[in-house]
Design a binder for this molecule. Structure first.
Ligand code: FES
Length: 162
């Protein structure tokens, strides 16, 4: 069993939270931006993070659980240092997204959604990333890379800092 995660927003995130409180009319409306801050800091939304955010926003944990399990951009389990989100929706699928996805899983020896044992990579299949004009697209953490091929995706992986 892993140790409980230390959960406390950084001073910077506490400051951002106070700014957000002025911009959103209700705590419920704050759920997504505050969970996003939490994911940015902690890497994923654990049960402890859910409880922490629920306390900050005075909302039931069940409400926040509903949000993170509905929106696929929230990670509900740990992800690797590089989270490779491969779009296989229509435009990307027609231009090789499926092959790229299968190639990445094969190359990194992971099943979909699984993290490599060294903690460096997680590969997940995602729906349209809203960048169909540059299909096929892979999102690496917050960055999009488009017009990919299997060879280009290999070069991209090789060039990521260790
Ligand atoms: S279908 Fe892949 S970005 Fe839209």
């Amino acid at each position: 069993m892993s140790a409980p995660q230390e959960v406390q927003f950084s001073a910077e995130n506490l400051e951002k939270l106070e700014k957000l409180r002025k911009q959103f009319p209700t705590s419920k409306a704050l759920s997504i931006p505050v969970l996003w801050l939490a994911q940015d800091q902690f890497g994923w939304i654990s049960g402890d993070v859910l409880k922490y955010v629920a306390g900050l926003l005075h909302l039931p944990v069940s409400h926040l659980y509903g949000v993170v399990t509905f929106y696929t951009m929230f990670n509900t389990k740990p992800v690797g240092k590089y989270h490779l989100q491969v779009c296989t929706n229509i435009s990307c699928g027609l231009r090789g997204g499926e092959e790229i996805y299968e190639h990445l899983c094969r190359r990194l020896k992971v099943r979909p959604g699984e993290m490599t044992p060294d903690g460096n990579f997680t590969v997940t299949e995602v729906e349209c990333l809203g960048s169909c004009g540059t299909a096929p697209v892979v999102q690496v953490n917050a960055e999009y890379t488009g017009n990919l091929t299997v060879d280009k995706v290999d070069q991209m992986i090789n060039s990521l800092p260790a």
